[in-house]
Design a protein around this ligand. Structure first.
Ligand code: IMP
Length: 429
């Protein structure tokens, strides 16, 4: 089972690190294929906490090669800050990292534009992480982006930065009332990293296909999630890339038939940060109680996450579009102590009942959840390691999730620690 993709099935922050940990030492390559430093994961190794936003989690495992694929957008300031912080703590990240020559850069002007456009949108803002991710992808598609390989040719880099800033400076000055940005300063800023980046640049697609040919294990680590995907998410309240499993193909250079296992991470309830529709959002004290119990505050921005009960329509769509082979249910322990646990099994949209995610944005905005109430349990779950260790009601909850979503649950998170997992089916074999 050499190629495994891990994706979020909801709106992000499902706890993907839990499943990555399960694969642990068996992984040879860990690849990020989409997004940038808008992601955030905290990893605890031997009691030490590491907060990463851009580097793949495999960076901490010395026998595994961390990779940034062509689909990632890279802010070099953030990349080297993370690398240097790890080095200070004794993790030699830069010696193993591979970066695609075709990955695009987030430059200082992308960060500025992200912030001014959000401010300009006012009430209609997306609620981005403000890291410049959207504007960097916009330039990529608009064919005025700056790529990692441009750092290898200073004169080309200067020309491209100048071309990219030409129109942006007009907009900054005339529309947004901001100072123009100097192309020379930006070029020099980026070029200071050229020497450090150049030994890391690789033909990532070639490296990964060769690794798969040798039977090595490649883990594609999704950032964000299905419902933040620019094509399948709640557009326009989405990120600007394709976090879905298919994004691993376009964002790292491997063909669809090479992907063997697609692991969908689903939190036992639902959360979302930023703006956008969320039919099951609980705006009352129940939502607040879930937020406190689950510690639902963003790793990247610290924003409180919006909370609701498990929404089967949300996860079912992700299972279908991503051909999820296994679900990994996280944070089941947070539901302990409830007499009844509500689960969304359908929506009512303008008087009609639907069991699939509505097709249009208007319908999603008009959707009211229909709940089913499952038995709760009072026993703490954190010591459970196999299915039979769980209380009967918790097992029934898992079974109902499987029925409603159409995918088998292979692992369950029962606490924050790495080992606090119920393993039902191995994620590799
Ligand atoms: P952007 O990716 O910064 O452009 O933000 C677009 C939307 O995606 C916003 O609603 C963000 O809150 C959301 N978002 C981006 N990255 C993450 C993540 O890692 N977890 C959850 N939400 C995210």
């Amino acid at each position: 089972m050499p190629a495994v993709v891990i994706i979020g099935t909801q709106w992000g922050d499902e706890g993907k690190g839990k499943a990555t940990d399960q694969l642990g030492e068996r992984v040879d390559y860990v690849v990020r294929y989409s997004g940038g430093n808008n992601a955030g994961h905290t990893i605890v190794v031997d009691g030490e906490k590491y907060a990463l936003h851009l580097l793949p989690s495999g960076i901490l495992n010395e026998r595994c090669v961390p990779v940034l694929g062509n689909g990632v957008v890279i802010d070099l300031d953030v990349l080297f800050e993370e690398i240097d912080l790890l080095a200070e703590r004794g993790v030699p990240a830069a010696s193993r990292l591979l970066i695609s020559a075709n990955a695009h850069l987030i430059t200082p002007y992308h960060r500025v534009i992200d912030k001014v456009t959000e401010r300009f949108l006012g009430k209609r803002k997306i609620g981005t992480t403000g890291r410049g991710v959207g504007p960097a992808y916009a330039d990529k598609v608009n064919r005025i982006g700056i790529r990692v390989q441009d750092l290898l040719d200073a004169s080309i880099l200067r020309q491209k930065v100048e071309a990219s800033l030409e129109q942006k400076n007009q907009m900054l000055v005339k529309v947004y009332n901001r100072p123009a940005i100097s192309p020379e300063e930006v070029s020099e800023h980026l070029l200071q990293y050229a020497e450090r980046v150049s030994p890391l640049i690789a033909d990532v697609g070639l490296v990964l296909n060769d690794a798969l040919d040798r039977g090595e294990v490649v883990l594609f680590e999704g950032a964000q999630a299905h419902h933040l995907d620019v094509d399948f998410g709640t557009y326009p309240y989405v990120t600007s890339s394709n976090p879905i499993a298919a994004g691993a193909c376009t964002g790292a250079g491997v063909g669809p038939t090479r992907l063997n296992r697609i692991i969908g991470i689903a939190k036992a309830y639902t959360t979302r940060v930023g703006e956008g529709p969320f039919p099951g959002e609980l705006l009352d004290e129940t939502g607040e109680a879930l937020r406190q119990a689950g510690g639902e505050f963003g790793t990247t921005t610290g924003r409180p996450r919006r909370c609701g009960w498990f929404d089967a329509l949300v996860v079912r769509q992700a299972v279908r579009v991503n051909a999820v082979t296994d679900l990994f249910l996280t944070k089941l322990d947070i539901l302990t102590g409830l007499e009844k646990i509500p689960v969304i099994t359908a929506y009512e949209v303008d008087g009609e009942r639907t069991e699939t995610m509505p097709m249009t944005q208007t319908e999603i905005h008009h959707a009211t959840p229909v709940y089913e109430y499952l038995e709760g349990w009072s026993e703490p779950l954190s010591a459970a390691r196999k299915l039979s260790d769980l209380p009967k009601a918790a097992r029934s909850y898992i079974e109902r999730v499987e029925e409603l979503t159409g995918a088998p649950v292979s692992g369950v998170g029962v606490g924050p620690g790495r080992e606090e997992v119920v393993v039902i089916r191995d994620l590799l074999n």
